[in-house]
Each structure stands twice: as structure tokens, then as C-alpha cells.
Design a binder for this molecule. Structure first.
Ligand SMILES: NC(=O)c1ccc[n+]([C@@H]2O[C@H](COP(=O)([O-])OP(=O)(O)OC[C@H]3O[C@@H](n4cnc5c(N)ncnc54)[C@H](O)[C@@H]3O)[C@@H](O)[C@H]2O)c1
Length: 245
């Protein structure tokens, strides 16, 4: 396990499927890990901060509260997953306003967090930020997986995650000379009680023959946050059981 002793790390969307595991794994690795989520109350003794990634003031106040309580901020994982109630419509049925809102909340939210947090890390002359991407940020979905189900892969997701992965490269170049590292992690599909038909098709497409679980992804984040990755920046670490081969 990567060593995160005495590191102060914030995980956005820390109450969700992957976020909970990022928080818990970072704590096991020795860090003080804080869940910053729109669905939690601020209680720093319990490691939670109420924060909305679509609001720069909310992000700034989270950074200030963490800094005030713990005296530092070493790592940040952009992991929150905001989406509209109509998320998942077929491409031809997506209202343009819904597209705009999803891009604004998700890609725009990651931009806002990067803007606040990376400037903070620049002042400190150190820091590691991770943006959570997806395999669908760099390759097309296989729509045959969804045939006969109500599931699909929303078009905005490809655009948003592609944007996040390339924004990561831009920011790694922009902040590298200040000692700040910016990387992405692109997980494959996480098992979350999806219907059997989908899971079986997904497993058949995956060389390691199973969907991911959150515990498969969290150690990659701990590695990129740790000193073991001190010469790694601008990387997109794909953790997908070989799906994208
Ligand atoms: N689940 C997967 O199969 C999978 C695969 C690849 C990548 N990802 C990515 O991993 C990340 C986490 O996904 P997940 O499946 O754990 O999602 P999730 O829905 O389980 O959790 C997302 C969390 O984000 C929080 N959130 C939503 N809007 C917010 C906002 N405006 N501000 C702050 N917090 C907000 C929610 O309250 C929730 O706790 C996302 O970036 C997602 O795109 C997920």
C-alpha cells in the first residue's frame, strides 16, 4: 500500500460508490482524508465537508476550512458525479439544455475545483490532484452491451470525460514548474448490481473477466497521491481489467 502518512487529502463526491473507497483507502494509508460532498454536512472531526463542485465559493470555503483545521492540503481527488434527472437519454432525445447543464456541472465543476485547488497548491509549491476520467473519455462505448436493457452510455459522458482527461494534460503542463502534479485515473465499469445480461456481456468483453469493484481503483489513486509518483504528471492511469485493450 502506498504511504500517505500525514497527508491531508480531499475527495469530492466522497459519499458515493467510488468516493467512499477513496476516503477509506487513503485513511488506511495514513492520510487524513476528507469527503467533500453535496450530500453531507460539515463536520471536520468526522472528516466531512458540505461542498458543491459547481460553486467556486463553496470550493474556496472547503479549502479554507480544511487549511484552517489541518494546516495543509496535499492531495485532492475530483471524483464527484453531478448529473441531471434525465441523464441517460438516447442521443437523439437529449434536450440541448440538459446537455449544457451536464457539461456545466461535471466538466465545469472539475474546472472550478482545479482552478481553486491548483492555485492553492501553487502557493504551497507542492500538491497532487487527480481527476477521475473513464474509459469512455478515450474510447467509444460498445452499444451491444446495452441491447434489450434500459441502460445506455450517455453522449455527454464521453464529451465530459474526454474533456477532463485532456484538461488534466493541460494543467499538468501549466502547473508542473510549481511542483504541482495533475493526473487522471480512468476506471472501467464498476459493479453496482447492474442487471445480469449487462454484467455477463461486460465480463465477456473484459480480459480479466469481471467488472471492477471500488477496491480495484482506490490503490491507483493512493499511488498517484503519494511520493512514489513524484515524477508522474499528466498521466491517464487506466484501471479497467484490460477492457480498452
Ligand atoms: N461507477 C462507475 O462505473 C464509474 C466508472 C468510471 C468512472 N466513474 C467515475 O467515478 C466518479 C464517481 O462515480 P460513482 O459511480 O462513485 O458515482 P456516485 O453517483 O456513486 O457518487 C457520486 C457522488 O458525487 C456527489 N455529488 C454529486 N453532485 C455533486 C456536486 N455538485 N458537488 C459535490 N458532490 C456532488 C454525490 O452526492 C455522490 O456522493 C465519477 O467521476 C464517475 O464518472 C464511475
Amino acid at each position: 500500500m502506498s504511504n500517505l502518512t500525514d497527508r491531508i487529502i480531499v475527495v469530492t463526491g466522497g459519499e458515493g460508490l467510488l468516493g467512499k473507497e477513496f476516503v477509506s483507502h487513503c485513511r488506511q494509508a495514513g492520510a487524513t482524508a476528507i469527503s467533500a460532498d453535496i450530500h453531507c454536512k460539515t463536520d471536520l472531526d468526522k472528516g466531512t465537508v458540505h461542498m458543491d463542485i459547481t460553486n467556486s465559493d463553496s470550493i474556496r470555503s472547503c479549502v479554507q476550512e480544511v487549511q484552517k483545521k489541518f494546516g495543509a492540503l496535499h492531495g485532492w481527488i475530483n471524483n464527484a458525479y453531478p448529473r441531471t434527472a434525465d441523464w441517460g437519454l438516447p442521443f437523439e432525445k437529449i434536450p440541448p439544455a440538459s446537455w449544457d447543464q451536464n457539461v456545466q456541472m461535471h466538466l465545469g465543476g472539475y474546472f472550478r475545483c482545479c482552478q481553486v485547488v491548483l492555485e492553492h497548491m501553487k502557493q504551497a509549491k507542492t500538491g497532487s490532484l487527480i481527476n477521475i476520467g473513464s474509459i469512455y473519455g478515450f474510447e467509444a462505448p460498445d452499444f451491444s452491451l446495452y441491447e434489450g436493457t434500459t441502460m445506455t452510455m450517455p453522449a455527454a459522458y464521453s464529451a465530459i470525460k474526454g474533456g477532463i482527461i485532456n484538461l488534466t494534460r493541460y494543467l499538468a503542463a501549466y502547473y508542473g514548474s510549481h511542483g504541482v502534479r495533475v493526473n487522471a485515473i480512468s476506471p472501467g465499469g464498476i459493479f453496482d448490481d447492474q442487471i445480469d445480461t449487462f454484467v455477463k456481456r461486460y465480463e465477456a468483453h473484459t480480459p480479466l473477466r469481471r467488472m471492477a469493484i471500488p477496491k480495484d481503483i482506490a490503490p491507483a489513486a493512493a499511488f498517484l497521491l503519494s511520493e512514489d509518483a513524484c515524477y508522474i504528471t499528466g498521466h491517464n492511469l487506466v484501471v479497467d481489467g484490460g477492457w480498452s485493450l
